[in-house]
Design a protein around this ligand. Structure first.
Ligand SMILES: [Zn+2]
Length: 97
């Protein structure tokens, strides 16, 4: 059973999209992508990946994934900020502190 988080309908196993239009596969990969971008923001190009995590978080909030979405917005901002500081410190001093 795959219970649709949007409408609550019980879909058969392996269902890709619910009758209401909710896309199980895309929403799962978007949730994963948001966390991946937030983590990547710590080490690589914080403005890009941090912003991407925030944008994906907003998309997840609009797709009835409020918990993940809000977590990703917070993580995206935090990791982007921390990653930015680490990058600035490496550029200024040659080491990340
Ligand atoms: Zn549904």
């Amino acid at each position: 059973m795959r219970i649709c988080p949007k409408c609550g309908l019980n879909n058969p196993p392996g269902t890709v999209a619910c009758n209401c239009g909710y896309d199980f596969k895309r929403s799962v990969s978007l949730v994963a992508a948001g966390y991946v971008c937030a983590v990547l923001a710590l080490g690589f190009f914080p403005p890009g990946f941090g912003l991407a995590a925030v944008v994906i978080g907003i998309v997840n909030v609009t797709k009835s994934k409020e918990g993940h979405g809000i977590a990703q917005i917070v993580l995206g901002v935090t990791c982007g900020f921390v990653g930015w500081n680490i990058g600035a410190n490496i550029a200024a001093t040659g080491h990340p502190w």
